[in-house]
Design a protein around this ligand. Structure first.
Ligand code: SF4
Ligand code: SF4
Length: 74
């Protein structure tokens, strides 16, 4: 796995140990567009989007959909 320690990204309160789409909370406006395109319902939105790394397939649909380029895949 690459980037595990260096990234230090927390998703759902735990340290991520697998690759998944990642939300930049400074860019996310909580618009919800990404939720609608995720084929596995891995995204939830409250104030900002959160991606469940255990469910994410890394398909990239949310990355393309986000109007603010707030989601990236490693
Ligand atoms: S990369 Fe695909 S599976 Fe992962 S959160 Fe985005 S839309 Fe869902
Ligand atoms: S589409 Fe982008 S800005 Fe909208 S909720 Fe998803 S990550 Fe946030």
């Amino acid at each position: 796995m690459r980037g595990t320690k260096a990234a230090g990204v927390k998703i759902l309160g735990k340290e991520r140990d697998n690759m998944a789409a990642r939300v930049d909370e400074d860019k996310c406006t909580g618009c919800g567009s990404c939720v609608e395109v995720c084929p596995v319902e891995a995204i939830t939105v409250e104030e900002v989007a959160t991606i469940n790394a255990d469910e994410c397939l890394e398909c990239g649909a949310c990355v393309d959909e986000c109007p603010n380029e707030a989601i990236s895949l490693d």
